[in-house]
Write a new protein. Structure first.
Length: 306
């Protein structure tokens, strides 16, 4: 008897990737769930391959025989968020951007994932920084169509938690006052249109409970990473909102510690088109929602979130 296989198609790559990498299919033997997963290469015609996150998942079950088989799957879009004014972003990505090939890779990656704003963070510690950036500010933004790279920082990082600075114009770093986060907030907010957040809120990670309850009272924090690693912390989030703290909801993958770019997403309402300045202003204002797939559309008295 021929073995039954389940074929999971990877449809989250655009033609931009298909020109340099073959599309792969994963096969798992249904009768042997512990068997080693195998990958087979598929011949893919030229043209656009659609991202899976905004399309209804499709599963095909078939029996493998000795004969060649051809199967056609039609993917159906369930939402077009940009048409509704919402543009996606990942607020927490680590990768160097000092070389052109770094930036080209990230833009192709973003296009493949249909992720509009990639915030690439230089990561600091007491001794120095990693994931060096090409530069900071509007001059160093990279854009290809509606896919953008914007440099920022995860700095400072200490036993009081990890601070994220987005849309910065310079690396804000002072080793002499490294653990004084209120001063770090001031340095970041002194930069025009910079947005400041607290990382790893979703799982109270990286010593966040030691610093966040104190530093939130400075009102220097614009957003929290409410969703990360598929974990969400609405319990603490609503407590802080009910206490009167205005904290926008954001999501960041923390690649390379996260599995893939945009696995969790921050959607910001910018209107008819993607304007990066409006995207960061909308994030600061709280016109956001976070998701790893689903999308809820709601208003209160005609007003957006925030």
């Amino acid at each position: 008897m021929a073995a039954q296989h389940r074929l999971g198609l990877w449809a989250a790559m655009l033609a931009a990737w298909a020109t340099i990498l073959p599309l792969a299919a994963q096969t798992t033997h249904a009768a042997e769930p512990q068997a080693k997963i195998q990958f087979r290469l598929l011949d893919v015609p030229s043209g656009q391959l659609v991202p899976a996150m905004v399309y209804i998942p499709v599963t095909l079950v078939f029996t493998v025989t000795s004969e060649d088989q051809q199967h056609t799957l039609k993917l159906e879009r369930w939402v077009d968020l940009p048409k509704q004014g919402w543009y996606s972003g990942d607020v927490h990505v680590h990768h160097p951007t000092t070389e052109k090939n770094h930036r080209d890779f990230l833009l192709r990656y973003a296009e493949a994932e249909d992720l509009h704003v990639v915030n690439v963070l230089e990561m600091g510690h007491h001794r120095g920084t990693d994931f060096k950036q090409h530069g900071f500010g509007k001059k160093f933004r990279e854009r290809r169509g509606d896919y953008c790279l914007v440099s920022g920082q995860e700095e400072p990082r200490s036993t009081f938690g990890h601070i994220i600075g987005l849309n910065t114009s310079a690396l804000a770093r002072d080793v002499a006052t490294y653990d004084l986060y209120d001063l770090a907030f001031q340095r970041l907010h002194a930069q025009p249109d910079a947005v400041v957040g607290f990382g790893h809120f979703s799982w109270n990670g990286c010593d966040l409970p030691r610093g966040f309850p104190w530093y939130v009272t400075t009102e220097g924090i614009d957003f929290v990473e409410l969703l990360q690693f598929s974990r969400i912390n609405t319990l603490d989030y609503y407590d802080y909102l009910n206490l009167g703290f205005r904290l926008a909801a954001a999501a960041g993958s923390d690649v390379p510690w996260g599995s893939t770019l945009g696995e969790v997403r921050t959607y910001v309402h910018t209107g008819d088109s993607l304007d990066l300045d409006r995207w960061f202003a909308g994030l600061e204002a709280g016109h956001t929602f976070v998701s790893n797939g689903p999308a809820l559309d709601f208003t209160v008295d005609g007003q957006l979130p925030g």
